[in-house]
Design a protein around this ligand. Structure first.
Ligand code: NAD
Length: 291
């Protein structure tokens, strides 16, 4: 198996990042052809595809020839993602779906089959932070919503999609660097994302059992509406808030998701993405021979 982590360590994903600066990542992937999944002609469902990281991933996979189902609670933003993809020559359809709801989650996955004939890729990406005020000042329903959306809905997505991936497939969960390290600003968000990382590690055996590779991406602070809303809310509440000088662009995370989808040798892994580069994080306690 190729040593992906080494190749990724030099990859820069930064402000002017997006595709150009992360080029080394796709190039190194391309060099290992035998490990590459053919995204062209595949079908992907992307939750939270109406904004930020989800929209960028949808555009990236569509540019590779995947037909994309955009699932989001925000119809206007979701439909805008479809328009953007179509304008770029891609294929996409929108479904209004709340990923907390099992029936709507099933419908969103089934739409891939009904509209495009198959389901190969699920990007479990919709997510939210606790907001202001944070834990423990936030009322119970505010932080429970974060566990529901950021963790339970990811588990639900895997549960629903797996039987529909009739030819095997790939699931990429959006976790966060907050799931790899203590996150004092938003501990509930960190706990939910750590749950996603561990859940992903624990599904490594789906590759041998079901031909489904499950991975997660762990972005650092990325320039999306979620982050800008958070900074605005903190500012209004008189709390310290600043945009870091090196912020990742959503296109760089989309590139990282693309790698996790395309490289057949990666399963049950977390890919941490910082402004300075990306690396595959080892599974704590797992025997290295499993990889
Ligand atoms: P965003 O707010 O730009 O996009 C999130 C999208 O999810 C929105 O379109 C929203 O309408 C949709 N959504 C919200 N609740 C939903 C639900 N119940 N069902 C379906 N769709 C729903 O945010 P983003 O920054 O692009 O975040 C995407 C993911 O990346 C999240 O899981 C977030 O936790 C994670 N993440 C973001 C950052 C960052 O710095 N932006 C860093 C690490 C991880």
């Amino acid at each position: 198996m190729r040593v992906i982590a080494k190749e990724l360590s030099g990859v820069k994903v930064g402000q002017d990042g997006g595709r150009d600066r992360i080029k080394g990542l796709t190039t190194s992937l391309g060099a290992g052809g035998e490990f590459q999944m053919d995204i062209n002609g595949s079908v992907a469902v992307i939750t939270g595809g109406g904004s930020g990281i989800g929209r960028a991933t949808a555009r990236r996979l569509a540019a590779e020839g995947a037909a994309v189902v955009i699932a989001d609670v925000d119809a206007a933003m979701g439909e805008e993602s479809v328009r953007l993809i179509e304008a770029e020559g891609g294929r996409a359809v929108f479904i209004k779906a709340d990923v907390n709801d099992p029936d709507q989650t099933k419908k969103m996955c089934e739409l891939g089959l009904a509209k495009f004939g198959r389901l190969d890729i699920l990007h479990n990406n919709a997510g939210v932070g606790v907001g202001v005020p944070g834990f423990p000042l936030a009322p119970i329903n505010q932080w429970r919503r974060v566990i529901d959306l950021d963790l339970t809905a990811v588990i639900l997505g895997c549960y629903v999609a797996a039987p529909l991936m009739r030819n095997g497939g790939v699931i990429v969960n959006t976790a966060s660097m907050a799931g790899l390290y203590p996150h004092i600003q938003d501990p509930v968000y960190g706990a939910a994302k750590a749950g996603v990382v561990n859940f992903t590690y624990s599904l490594a055996n789906w590759w041998s059992e079901r031909k489904i590779r499950v991975n997660c991406v762990c972005p650092g602070i990325t320039d999306t509406p979620m982050v800008r809303r958070g900074l605005e809310a903190a500012k209004k509440a008189g709390m310290p808030s600043w945009m870091p000088s090196k912020i990742i662009q959503p296109e760089a995370i989309a590139e990282a998701v693309h790698l996790l989808v395309a490289d057949d040798s990666i399963f049950g892994r977390a890919l941490e993405v910082r402004p300075s580069g990306a690396r595959l994080v080892d599974t704590p306690g797992a025997p290295r021979s499993r990889r």
